[in-house]
Design a protein around this ligand. Structure first.
Ligand SMILES: [Zn+2]
Length: 207
């Protein structure tokens, strides 16, 4: 497998969506669907890849707001989410009460399970449950790349001031599931620039 990961970000929240691609097979996975889904659709068309799944690091509205539009384009592509936030996608029950989202029915909803491998075409992700910012927050590892959602950012960590957040749990998630990786592992977060585990180990003031 020849891995290629490229992000796009929306202008309003600066939320990153990533296109993870196996250049050998042209299979791809979209990680998170920010509020400018046309950017994601254009990127997929440009790369000429086949999207095998849409994987959600968590279900805050800035990470799933583009999902209805994307599903309009690819209605049969499975959507994968941790069970703790499944109802957000399955029933349109918002993760935070003040941000409602309307969803079309999802044809196939897969579960991201801690410690298991999630397969989509030729791509394989290790699922690391990293709750704290939200109950079903996950980090996806593929090769030496960690897609950390809103758990770990370059120089920062996710918010934990929501009613269903837990700051102590977030720190524990980061320490036990993320900082155990080697320094050279890439951190591709839900917001902001790329980093590495080594850089965060040395410079992240929250850890
Ligand atoms: Zn976010």
């Amino acid at each position: 497998m020849k891995l290629r990961v490229e992000g796009t970000a929306d202008g309003r929240f600066g939320t990153n969506s990533y296109l993870v691609e196996d250049e050998d097979t042209r299979d791809a996975v979209v990680v998170d669907a920010h509020l400018e889904p046309e950017l994601i659709l254009e990127q997929v068309a440009q790369r000429g890849v086949t999207v095998r799944a849409i994987v959600l690091t968590h279900t805050d509205v800035d990470h799933i707001g583009g999902l209805p539009r994307i599903l309009q384009e690819w209605p049969d592509v499975p959507v994968a989410v941790h069970d703790a936030e499944r109802e957000v996608v399955a029933e349109g029950k918002p993760l935070r009460s003040n941000f409602p989202v309307e969803f079309p029915p999802v044809a196939r909803l897969d579960s991201l399970v801690e410690g298991e491998t999630y397969r989509a075409g030729s791509l394989e992700f290790e699922v690391l449950h990293t709750p704290g910012h939200s109950p079903g927050g996950v980090t996806l590892r593929i090769g030496n790349v960690l897609l950390t959602g809103d758990a770990l950012f370059a120089g920062s960590i996710g918010r934990s001031d929501f009613h269903n957040s837990d700051g102590a749990l977030l720190l524990e998630s980061i320490r036990l599931k993320l900082m155990t990786h080697p320094d050279e592992f890439l951190v591709l977060a839900g917001h902001g620039p790329a980093s590495t585990i080594g850089q965060e180990r040395r410079y992240n003031p929250f850890l």
